[in-house]
Structure formats: structure tokens, C-alpha cells
Ligand binder design. Structure first.
Ligand code: HEC
Ligand code: HEC
Length: 283
């Protein structure tokens, strides 16, 4: 098993040709104002495996990086504006908009993105932001749920993330969230698919290396949701997980499943201490 995984990764990962493949040392300041922490000491729970955690921003080309440095250049901002309109739009049988209950998004949603996913006492479950938004739509507005990884959801997540940009990711992994966190951790280290590769095989053991012309990052989610030049839209965390699992030629869990929620909590916790960057820009 181990041997097979090593052969698979060896076939996929090309040896770095030069220092070009190292994550760079640039500094990310957005709008000449928001200073992002893009490298941080690894959180305690990772201290046996990593010294430092790094934003995916460091692994992208200068061109892609620069798109995230100014909101006028960040293609995600068009969608953020659309979400702001949605925020005010009355929908559903209760005759309410998000604003009816939450007022000003800048005030009510400040800091929220930094602590999600988080334990929801009433539901007795770990809640992602998408789950909470759909709960508000169904119960609060009596409106239809949005598709978990769809355009409306991704844009609303981006709008909410903007209100926390620059704040440190700080998801809680102890207390009632611990069981989900353990499950997420187990999934992260489980080899899947014909290639028998785990998340860790790529994003922990091989970050900094090139894989099929792509520069492997640590697979952090502090920049999510993320605008991808490849599909010209905002992409959610679970859509990215799905793509990565598919790449190992495995059957994947569905977006919003208990497994992906647990995995999101675990992956988020690997980025505790990095700044919330979403919406980021990636290739
Ligand atoms: C009928 C009132 C109501 C409406 C309408 C509503 N929400 Fe909520 N929302 C709530 C309540 C109540 C909470 C739970 C408050 C808490 O526990 O912090 C909440 C919590 C949230 C949270 C989590 C906040 C946190 O601090 O954890 C988010 C994000 C959110 N709502 C987004 C939305 C969005 C987006 C919309 C519109 C699509 C919306 N809500 C519409 C009542 C509403
Ligand atoms: C075969 C190698 C491989 C495996 C296995 C893999 N990924 Fe990825 N992943 C990639 C590549 C390549 C990219 C795009 C370049 C990058 O950002 O690392 C990527 C990107 C990501 C990103 C986006 C990072 C950013 O900053 O935009 C996340 C998040 C991610 N992966 C999570 C996961 C998770 C969780 C798993 C396990 C379920 C996983 N990946 C398994 C190769 C892999």
C-alpha cells in the first residue's frame, strides 16, 4: 500500500527544477490597507508535522497574486456586489431579507468567517457557514435553500468573508466540536482512490513541489471562497475538496455531507493564525 502511494506520488510530482518552486516571500497587502498574515507558526496540533503554515497565495504566479491585492482587480468583487444586493432582497413567505434580521452586513458579519465552521448548540452539530445561511433562508425567510456550492451561496460567503479580511482564522477544535475534528483529521490522512493518495500526501508531504504544471500549496482554506481564473467563478471549499478527491480517482463525498463538514473544520484548523483572505484569486 505504502509503496504504491509512493510510486503514484513520484509519478505525479516533478522534482522542483530550481528555487522557483519554493513559496515566495512576498507580502500581501490588500487595497494598500489590509495587511495579511500569510505565513504563521503552525498551530499546536500540527507542531509534530509542520513548522509553518502558509497561505496558498504564496504559491501562485506574480500575475495571479497581484489580482488579489486590489479590489478593483479582484474579479470576485463583482459577485460580492451582487451578494450585497441579495442581502437586501426580500424573498420567501416570511417577507424578509437577510438585512431584515441582520441589518448592516459590515457590522453584523464582522469576525464571523474567522470562526467557521463552528459548533451550533441548538442543532448539536458543527455548522459550516453555508449550512447556517441555508438555515436562515429556510427557517427565517421561508425561502428556498441555495445549492450548497452554487453561485448564490459562493457569492454570499464571499460577501461575509470580506467583513473579516485580515482577521486571524480561529476555529475551535475542542469541546463539542472535537469529535467532528477527529473525523476530519482521519479523512485528511486516509488514502483514497486508484492513486491511493491522501490530502496529506500532496498538501503536507509535497507542498512546494510541482504537480502537473501546478505549484502545490498546503491546501489551506483561509482564502475561500476563491475566484478561479480556470472557471471564471467563485468556488466554495466543498467544490474544491470534491475536485481534489476526484483527482485521486476516488468516489467523492457530496458537498454538505458530514464527512466534508468534518474535513472543512479540520482543514480550517490547520490554518488557525493565518488571515482570512477570502475571496482570494487562484488559477
Ligand atoms: C428571521 C431572521 C433572519 C433572517 C431573515 C436571516 N437570518 Fe441569519 N441568523 C438569524 C439568527 C437568529 C441567527 C443566529 C444568531 C446567532 O446565533 O448568532 C443567524 C445567524 C446567521 C449567521 C451566523 C452568525 C454567527 O455569528 O455565527 C450567518 C452567517 C447568517 N445568519 C447569514 C444570513 C444570511 C446570508 C441571510 C439571508 C440570506 C440571513 N442570515 C437571514 C436570523 C436571520
Ligand atoms: C494528487 C495531489 C492532491 C491531493 C491528493 C489533494 N490535492 Fe488539494 N490540490 C492539489 C492541487 C494540484 C491543487 C492546486 C494547487 C494548490 O493550491 O495546491 C490543490 C488545491 C487545493 C486547495 C486550494 C488551496 C488554495 O489556496 O486555493 C485546497 C483547499 C485543497 N487542495 C484541499 C485538499 C484536500 C482537503 C484534500 C484531501 C481530500 C486534497 N486537497 C487532496 C492536489 C491535491
Amino acid at each position: 500500500m505504502k509503496f504504491k502511494a509512493m510510486t503514484a506520488i513520484a509519478a505525479l510530482v516533478a522534482a522542483p527544477l530550481s528555487a522557483v518552486a519554493d513559496p515566495d516571500d512576498d507580502t500581501l497587502v490588500v487595497n494598500e490597507e489590509i495587511e495579511m498574515v500569510t505565513k504563521a507558526a503552525a498551530p499546536d496540533h500540527l507542531s509534530d508535522t509542520l513548522d509553518e503554515v502558509m497561505s496558498g497565495w504564496h504559491f501562485r504566479s506574480d500575475e495571479t497574486q497581484s489580482l488579489q491585492m486590489d479590489d478593483f482587480d479582484n474579479p470576485a468583487m463583482v459577485f460580492v456586489d451582487q451578494a450585497l444586493e441579495k442581502w437586501e432582497e426580500v424573498e420567501g413567505a416570511a417577507g424578509k431579507s437577510c438585512a431584515s434580521c441582520h441589518d448592516d452586513v459590515e457590522e453584523s458579519m464582522k469576525g464571523v468567517r474567522a470562526v467557521y465552521p463552528k459548533w451550533n448548540d441548538e442543532k448539536e452539530a458543527v455548522y459550516t457557514m453555508a449550512m447556517q445561511i441555508n438555515d436562515c433562508r429556510e427557517t427565517g425567510m421561508q425561502a428556498e435553500k441555495w445549492k450548497y456550492t452554487g453561485g448564490n451561496m459562493a457569492a454570499m460567503e464571499a460577501l461575509i468573508s470580506v467583513q473579516s479580511r485580515g482577521m486571524p482564522v480561529n476555529v475551535a477544535i475542542d469541546g463539542p466540536a472535537e469529535a467532528a475534528w477527529e473525523m476530519g483529521k482521519e479523512l485528511y490522512y486516509t488514502r483514497t482512490g486508484q492513486l491511493e493518495l491522501s490530502c496529506a500526501n500532496c498538501h503536507e508531504d509535497n507542498y512546494g513541489n510541482m504537480i502537473r504544471a501546478d505549484h502545490l500549496s498546503q491546501g489551506q482554506i483561509n482564502g475561500f471562497p476563491t475566484y478561479r481564473l480556470k472557471n471564471a467563478k467563485i468556488n466554495t471549499v466543498h467544490a474544491r475538496f470534491k475536485g481534489c478527491v476526484r483527482d485521486t480517482r476516488a468516489e467523492t463525498y457530496s458537498p454538505g455531507s458530514d464527512e466534508f463538514v468534518a474535513l472543512e473544520l479540520y482543514v480550517a484548523s490547520r490554518g488557525n493564525g493565518l488571515s482570512v483572505e477570502g475571496p482570494s484569486v487562484r488559477n
